[in-house]
Design a protein around this ligand. Structure first.
Ligand SMILES: [Mg+2]
Length: 396
């Protein structure tokens, strides 16, 4: 089922790869449960207000899409296998994926758990042409990780990303520098980065529907319609010029959990109980990865979909459930909510670092005590699952 379409006569200068894993969460589920292969499979929130996070290609053929309410997906494809989100499993798979990239080049810019830009210019002599590198990455993903991916190979980031989306699923597409303009011309103008609904409407008023029309439009008129900065940026992109470099960085150093409730939470007691559960989840992930964090962020979404977030940075990093819970509740209290109706509660920690053993010396007696309690709770969770801990939770 490998669709390899190489448009290019030459991949010279095409040193930017965009690698995107196919239906990533579903692929991880299929890998550990091979009888799901070839079936419509949906991973997402399974509660009344859950949304689809990932759908297999057979499920997509019924119209199921990411971010669609799970209820709608069930109506479109009742025979699909619906699975809950196993964030820990996907994060672990993501680490393996990113480490494959790192074997080819240190210049990796992750965009999410399952996609990244790679600049392979430093690997050409050692490994081979950009196309050969892309083929080797795809082979490694298939053979060692059993996870399919699609790769776009091009001379710019924008083109590489577009190429990988055209290569899906399980494909490789090379767009040579010479073919870039030809490839772009027939695309709708709103396919370009930075064209939101307002710019799109402005372009339509000018009679610009395609990238080719945008490329030919006089720059002065474009400036007048959408502003100088947007006009010159889009004009460049439309001509296939995208100066942005691949900026290496490590994968997103934040850990979060959130919960959308079947019915709105209305009391401080309910909110604190849920915050405790979220604190436990986030803190355990930190501890499992031997990490700690300095910033704790709280997010609330209300019945009218208004969303509030607050965060606080601590003098010392922590991975303690109680410490994170204390900060989260003080952030909640600082909002002084009056008769809230909360449909979603989220907790996130940022400024994540490795948990150096020396850090223990900075902890006060109280936190050391909680640390022992956390270690005991982690042991129970490993043995009986997180539900066992939630039943023990008595704070709030
Ligand atoms: Mg993907």
């Amino acid at each position: 089922m490998v669709a390899t379409a190489a448009l290019a006569e030459s991949d010279a200068g095409c040193t930017i790869l965009h690698v995107d894993m196919d239906a990533f969460f579903v692929s991880v589920e299929v890998r550990r449960n091979p009888e799901l292969r070839g079936l419509p499979v949906v991973v997402g929130g399974l509660g009344g207000r859950g949304v689809v996070c990932s759908a297999s290609y057979p499920a997509r053929s019924f119209g199921v899409r990411s971010a669609m309410p799970t209820g709608q997906a069930r109506r479109l494809c009742p025979q699909a296998v619906f699975l809950p989100v196993d964030a820990a499993a996907y994060r672990e798979a993501s680490i393996a994926v990113m480490s494959v990239f790192g074997e080819f080049t240190p210049v990796v810019e992750p965009l999410s758990l399952d996609e990244a830009f790679l600049d392979v210019s430093g690997a050409l002599r050692r490994v081979g042409s950009p196309t050969v590198i892309a083929q080797q990455i795809r082979a490694r993903m298939a053979q060692q990780l059993s996870l399919p991916c699609s790769v776009g190979v091009a001379s710019t980031k924008f083109m590489a990303k577009l190429a990988s989306s055209r290569a899906k699923p399980d494909g490789l597409l090379v767009v040579s520098a010479a073919q870039t303009v030809e490839f772009l011309r027939p695309l709708p103008a709103h396919a370009l980065w930075g064209v939101g609904p307002r710019t799109r409407a402005a372009l339509e008023r000018l009679g610009i529907a395609t990238v080719g029309e945008l490329a030919e439009y006089p720059l002065a008129g474009l400036r007048h319609a959408i502003g100088a900065a947007a006009a010159s940026g889009l004009h460049e992109l439309a001509q296939g010029r995208d100066p942005r470099r691949v900026v290496p960085r490590s994968a997103d150093k934040s850990i979060g959990a959130e919960h959308t409730f079947a019915s709105d939470l209305t009391t401080g007691r309910e909110l604190r109980r849920e915050l405790l559960a979220l604190s436990e989840t986030v803190a355990r992930r930190l501890r499992d990865g031997h990490h700690q964090a300095r910033t704790v962020g709280l997010k609330l979404r209300f019945a009218d979909f208004a969303t509030l977030s607050r965060s606080q940075t601590l003098p010392h990093p922590t991975s303690g459930t109680q410490r994170i819970y204390d900060v989260a509740t003080s952030l909640l209290d600082s909002l002084a909510l009056d008769k809230p109706r909360v449909r979603l509660l989220g907790l996130r920690v940022e400024n994540v670092s490795a948990d150096a053993t020396g850090a223990q010396l900075e902890l006060g007696e109280a936190e050391r005590g909680w640390r022992e309690a956390d270690a005991a709770a982690d042991a129970v969770a490993r043995k009986f699952g997180p539900a066992a801990i939630r039943r023990l939770g008595g704070i709030g």
